[in-house]
Design a binder for this molecule. Structure first.
Ligand code: FAD
Length: 399
C-alpha cells in the first residue's frame, strides 16, 4: 500500500498510520473490533475523490466515518483506511424563508440546531446521539429518533446530496435518486454535502408521563394517541414524541417499576407544562441507555415491529426480563443485552415472524447481515454495480 502517495495527495498532516490513531478508529459505538490500516482526514470533496482514485489503484477498502456513533459496525474498518469526514464542516447561509440550509457532511446535528434556533428553526430528526452524530452519518443511516413519530426519518428532510462515488465521480442527487445514498450506509459513496430542510421550532411543548399495569393497556393508550392525538384537549395538539420504557428500564432510572409512556405534544395536550420539569424528564430519558450500559447491558438492538407483532415482541421481552425502551410511535424498540447474550440471535430470528424489520434506525452494518433478505442483497448489488463497481467503499457491509 503506497501511503506516501496518499500523503502527497492529501498532505502528510491529513493521513496517519500512528498506532494510537489506528486503535481509536478500529471501532465505532457498536463495540465491534475491526482492523484499521490508516486514517485519512479530507476537508474537501476533491480530496475525497483523490482518495477514491488512490484506493482504486491500490485495491484498498475505504470506510467512511462521521462521528462513529453507529451501533451496527457500519464504520468499523475491515482492513480499511478509515476516512474521517468530520472536517467537512462548511455551512451555507440559513435560507429562513425557504427553510433550508446547505451543510457539509461532518457538521454535527447538535451544533447545527443551536445555530438554527436563533432563526426559530431546527432540523427535527433527533437521535439519542444528537450531540455527537454528523449529518453525513445520519443521512447514510436514515436516522430516526425521538421525534420521528411526528417528523419521520432523515429521508423526509433532505433536498439534495452531493456524493463522491466509488469511481471518484461527483453526483448531485435529488428526487428519487436520493434513495441511492440515504440509508445506504456509505456503500454507494461518500456524502460530502447536503441541503437539508428545516422546521419551525414549536412555540409550546407539553408532556404526559403515564405508568401502566401491563403492556396491553399501554399499547391501547398508544393506539389512541396515534389515531387521535387531539384526544382530551379540544386544541388539536400534535404528538411529537411517544417513548416507551418497560418496567426494567423505568426502574433503572429510578421511576416506578411499571411500563411507561412518555409523550410530548407541540401544544396543550399533556398535563406537564413546566419547562424545567419537561427538561428533567427528557434528561432522564436521554440518560437511559448510558444507565443500562453501565448496569451491564451495553448491547442495544433496534427491531421495528408494528400491529399485533408489536404486542408479541413486548411480551417476549417481558418474559425474558430484558430491559427495553424505544420510539414506540414507530414501533422501534431498543432491547439492551449483556455482551454475548445468545437471545439477540433468537430475537432477530423471530422478527420476520412478527411482521417486522431487523433494523428500525441503526442500520445493518456488519451486525445484522445474517438477517438480510435476497431482494435487499440484489438491490445493494445493483447499486454497487452503478456507483462502486470496483468495491472500494465499505466492503462487506450490508451484504
Ligand atoms: C447513545 C446513542 C443513541 C443513539 N440513538 C439513536 C436514535 O435515537 N436514532 C438513530 O437513528 N440512531 C441512533 N443512534 C445511532 C447513531 O447515532 C446513528 O446511526 C447516527 O446517524 C450515526 O451518525 P455518525 O455520524 O456517528 O455516523 P457513523 O457511526 O460514523 O457512521 C454510520 C454509517 O454511516 C456511514 N457514513 C458516515 N458518514 C458518512 C458519509 N459522510 N458518507 C457516506 N457514509 C457515511 C458509515 O460508513 C456507517 O456505515 C444512537 C447511537 C448512540 C451511541
Amino acid at each position: 500500500m503506497n501511503l506516501e502517495r496518499l500523503q502527497t495527495l492529501l498532505g502528510p498532516e491529513n493521513v496517519s498510520t500512528a498506532v494510537e490513531d489506528k486503535i481509536v478508529y478500529s471501532r465505532d459505538a457498536s463495540r465491534l473490533e475491526g482492523e484499521c490500516l490508516a486514517v485519512a482526514w479530507p476537508s474537501q470533496a476533491e480530496q475525497v475523490a483523490a482518495l477514491v482514485e488512490w484506493a482504486r489503484a491500490e485495491d484498498v477498502d475505504l470506510a467512511p466515518r462521521g462521528a462513529g456513533t453507529g451501533l451496527c459496525g457500519g464504520a468499523t474498518p475491515q482492513r480499511s483506511v478509515v476516512v474521517d469526514l468530520s472536517r467537512l464542516t462548511h455551512t451555507g447561509p440559513v435560507e429562513v424563508e425557504q427553510r433550508r440550509v446547505q451543510v457539509g457532511a461532518g457538521v454535527v446535528l447538535g451544533g447545527l440546531n443551536r445555530r438554527l434556533a436563533k432563526e426559530g428553526l431546527f432540523l427535527p430528526v433527533i437521535p439519542g446521539s444528537h450531540r455527537a452524530a454528523s449529518i453525513g452519518g445520519m443521512i447514510a443511516t436514515d436516522a430516526a429518533g425521538l421525534r420521528a413519530v411526528r417528523y419521520g426519518t432523515m429521508r423526509a428532510w433532505i433536498e439534495a446530496i452531493t456524493l463522491v462515488d466509488g469511481m471518484g465521480r461527483l453526483h448531485h442527487l435529488t428526487g428519487d435518486a436520493l434513495d441511492d445514498a440515504v440509508g445506504r450506509e456509505g456503500v454507494t459513496g461518500f456524502i460530502v454535502e447536503a441541503t437539508v430542510r428545516l422546521a419551525p421550532l414549536p412555540a409550546q411543548r407539553t408532556v404526559s408521563l403515564l405508568a401502566f399495569d401491563d403492556e396491553a393497556s399501554l399499547l391501547a393508550q398508544r393506539d389512541k394517541w396515534l389515531a387521535d392525538p387531539s384526544t382530551g384537549s379540544g386544541q388539536a395538539p400534535r404528538l411529537t414524541a411517544l417513548e416507551y420504557l418497560n418496567r426494567h428500564a423505568a426502574a433503572a432510572i429510578g421511576w416506578e417499576a411499571r411500563p411507561h409512556l412518555l409523550a410530548e405534544f407541540d401544544s396543550a395536550g399533556g398535563e406537564i407544562n413546566d419547562p424545567a420539569r419537561i427538561a428533567d424528564l427528557w434528561c432522564a430519558r436521554d440518560g437511559l441507555y448510558p444507565v443500562l450500559a453501565r448496569s451491564g447491558h451495553p448491547v442495544i438492538e433496534d427491531p421495528q415491529v408494528e400491529g399485533e407483532g408489536l404486542a408479541s415482541l413486548l411480551a417476549w421481552l417481558e418474559t425474558q426480563e430484558i430491559p427495553a425502551f424505544g420510539h414506540l410511535g414507530l414501533g422501534i424498540v431498543h432491547p439492551c443485552f449483556r455482551p454475548g447474550d445468545d437471545r439477540i440471535t433468537s430475537l432477530y430470528d423471530q422478527v420476520a415472524g412478527w411482521g417486522g424489520r431487523v433494523s428500525g434506525e441503526h442500520g445493518i452494518g456488519l451486525k445484522k447481515k445474517p438477517w438480510v433478505g435476497a431482494a435487499f442483497r440484489a438491490e445493494i448489488r445493483q447499486l454497487k454495480e452503478t456507483y462502486d463497481p470496483q468495491n472500494v467503499i465499505n466492503r462487506g457491509k450490508l451484504c
